[in-house]
Write a protein that binds this ligand. Structure first.
Ligand code: NAD
Ligand code: MG
Length: 389
């Protein structure tokens, strides 16, 4: 690999390069000699963006605000890197001609428009940004098929399902066993949940992730989003997706086939494996890291999810069954409520109370356009502002 020509390298762009998935994607790039980073986007961390630009040499870089973009530009005056900002910047990065693959490691449904633009421009998508698929899966999956691009899952459970499927046609799937750690509050009662603080919810037992997804893991909203993500990625019915709580996070998910065989992917919890698998699919590359030692594993256990306590998962199923614009309302209300909780403006249980209230208030639109999805998002935000007055 040492003297590989530039043109042989797979060229990638990353939305959300300074986050948990973004930085781990760059670790995968660092560990392999044949990936080239051509464009990067991030929210506000100018300092880390500068470091990433100096190490990985992209030609295009974006920040969310104009102010952050100006600061970045000043810091990298000595380099020939184009700096962009805002949604226009995200869209420019998404369609950057040199990139073959776009890693969507941005958080939230803000990823919808850039993801659609990248697909239309013929980019394969290494998808971590599940909120986009939850809200716009009905637009994205058919569009990807029409444009002949692959949507490669980065989410660990979906990567495990993808690895377990390994090309089998969907007709052979009996069900998908979507595993869940259960989060930091597994086994707690609703009365106990009522008093949970930000720092309690941020203590995930097995994974170090961005703040939003860590809160979502504690409410099981994350698992609800993943049920919808799996439905779109693998084109199965909701009834074919079974959530299995497995606190040790060793079995990352499994597929049960029509003959009863269950094929699973196991490993220690490390997002670099699904990231690398998505970037090299269908190849499987060597990777360093801790291996599962069956003799060290005292035991692995399974439980049913407690949907009466963790109503977030129940609400997700309701949103998924209703379909149309309802998953957007579920997701948008959650994004807003989690932000408020992280700023200590609402209590823990208010997160799911707000989601439910927004869903109750919403009149579902079947098959919404991107415009209508963004309107449903706005409606949820306004409703939440209303509840707080
Ligand atoms: P994070 O908060 O650590 O990082 C998010 C990244 O997006 C940061 O680089 C941030 O700067 C950037 N960003 C946020 N808003 C932006 C904006 N408006 N414009 C440009 N950039 C913006 O989040 P994360 O944990 O890496 O999660 C990213 C996505 O991956 C989420 O959708 C999450 O659900 C999914 N995911 C994450 C993990 C994980 O292990 N972290 C696992 C599975 C799926
Ligand atoms: Mg996951």
């Amino acid at each position: 690999m040492g003297n590989m020509r530039e043109t042989d390298k797979k060229k990638i762009a990353i939305l959300g390069s300074t986050g948990s998935i973004g930085t781990q994607t760059l670790e995968v790039v660092r560990a392999n000699g044949d990936l080239e980073v051509v464009a990067l986007a991030a929210g506000s961390n100018v300092e880390l963006m500068e470091k990433q630009i100096r190490e990985f040499g992209p030609k295009l870089a974006g920040m969310w605000t104009e102010e952050a973009a100006k600061e970045l530009k000043a810091r990298i005056r000595d380099l020939e890197v184009k700096v962009v900002w805002g949604m226009e910047g995200l869209l420019e990065i998404a369609v950057f001609p040199e990139a073959e693959v776009l890693v969507t490691a941005i958080v939230g449904m803000i990823g919808i428009r850039p993801t659609i633009a990248a697909i239309e421009a013929g980019k394969d998508i290494a998808l971590a940004n599940k909120e986009t698929l939850v809200c716009a899966g009905h637009i994205i999956m058919p569009l990807a098929a029409r444009c002949g691009v692959s949507i490669l899952p980065v989410d660990s459970e979906h990567s495990a399902i993808f690895q377990s499927l390994n090309g089998e046609p969907k007709e052979r799937i009996e069900k998908i066993l979507l595993t869940a750690s259960g989060g930091p509050f597994r086994g707690r009662t609703r009365a106990e949940l009522a008093g949970m603080r930000v720092e309690d919810a941020l203590k995930h037992p097995n994974w170090a992730m961005g703040q939003k997804i860590t809160i979502d893991s504690s409410t099981l909203v994350n698992k609800g989003l993943e049920v919808m993500e799996a439905k779109w990625l693998f084109d199965v019915d909701l009834d074919q997706i079974q959530v299995v709580v497995h606190p040790q996070s060793i079995i990352h998910s499994a597929v049960q086939y029509v003959d009863g065989a269950i094929i699973a992917q196991l490993g220690t919890p490390d997002m670099k494996l699904p990231i690398q698998y998505a970037l090299y699919y269908p190849d499987r590359r060597p990777m360093d890291g801790k291996r599962v030692d069956f003799f060290e594993l005292a035991r692995i256990t399974f439980e049913k999810p407690d949907m009466d306590t963790f109503v977030g998962l129940q609400l997700a199923y309701r949103a998924a069954r209703t379909g149309g614009s309802m998953p957007t309302v579920f997701n948008a209300a959650n994004e807003k409520a989690v932000g408020l909780f992280l700023h200590r403006e609402i209590s823990y249980l208010q997160i799911t109370e707000y989601i439910e209230a927004c869903m109750d208030a919403h009149k579902t639109i079947a098959d919404p356009t991107v415009e209508q999805i963004l309107e449903a998002e706005q409606e949820a935000y306004e409703n939440i502002s209303g509840f707080r007055q």
